[in-house]
Design a protein around this ligand. Structure first.
Ligand code: CA
Length: 228
């Protein structure tokens, strides 16, 4: 699950945000000063940062600018107070991804967090997956080419997509319904049996012994798990 850093100095706000985010399943860490917040952001272990603007030691604006200057690309949502310089928040030079104005509704904040995480996960997967070796294959997800011992192995578009999805969620259980929803979408109406058939075909291309899979494992009663 995604890890979120909250940089905020008001105890009540800290606590409220932490509770709500943890309730949603996020892992949360806190910092209550600008400089310690910046250090944590630069340590780069977070998927998203909620950054208050008015902070002790260093303003959220400066924290954001400094983090970007150091090459940190973690999404940042600024928590601004009414009357703060929204123009500046929106300015490109600051590098924030979004902002909410206090008092904000938790539901609105959560929606923005989810939208930004979805966006950055998508980018991450494009960036991270050039040539990847999966079992017998070396797969290039940018050009959709799979190779075994220098000769191309044909994978259908759906097979590439399933493999990509499993890879994005490697070492996690992916249910058949996750795959149906994300690969086939709502318009098409395949069954979970369709998913199983695709997995069988993928295993034949990937696994050394497709009958005793070591890479795409079956998680009984649920779905699959790609080990990498
Ligand atoms: Ca504050």
């Amino acid at each position: 699950m995604s890890k979120i850093l909250i940089v905020e100095d008001e105890p009540a706000m800290q606590l409220g945000l932490k509770d709500n985010l943890e309730f949603e399943g996020y892992t949360v860490e806190m910092a209550s000063e600008g400089d310690s917040g910046l250090e944590k952001i630069i340590s780069n272990g977070f998927d998203l940062v909620l950054l208050d603007v008015m902070l002790p030691n260093m303003s959220g604006f400066d924290v954001c600018k400094n983090a970007r200057a150091k090459g940190v690309s973690t999404p940042i949502i600024l928590l601004t107070a009414r009357g703060e310089e929204i123009d500046k928040v929106l300015g490109l030079e600051l590098g924030a991804d979004d902002y909410v104005t206090k008092p904000f509704s938790v539901r609105e904040l959560l929606a923005r967090i989810k939208a930004i995480l979805r966006r950055s996960e998508g980018q991450g997967s494009n960036k991270d997956t050039g040539n990847i070796s999966i079992g017998r294959l070396t797969v290039d997800f940018l050009s959709y080419v799979a190779v075994e011992n220098n000769s191309e192995v044909k994978l259908s578009h759906k097979e590439f997509e399933i493999l990509h999805y499993l890879l994005d969620h490697s070492n996690q259980v992916v249910s058949r319904y996750d795959l149906l929803e994300n690969i086939w979408g709502y318009d098409e109406q395949p069954t979970t049996r369709t998913v199983d058939n695709f997995i069988v075909r993928l295993r034949q291309k990937i696994e050394t012994n497709p009958n005793a899979p070591k890479i795409i494992l079956t998680v009984h009663g649920t779905g699959y798990k790609l080990l990498i």
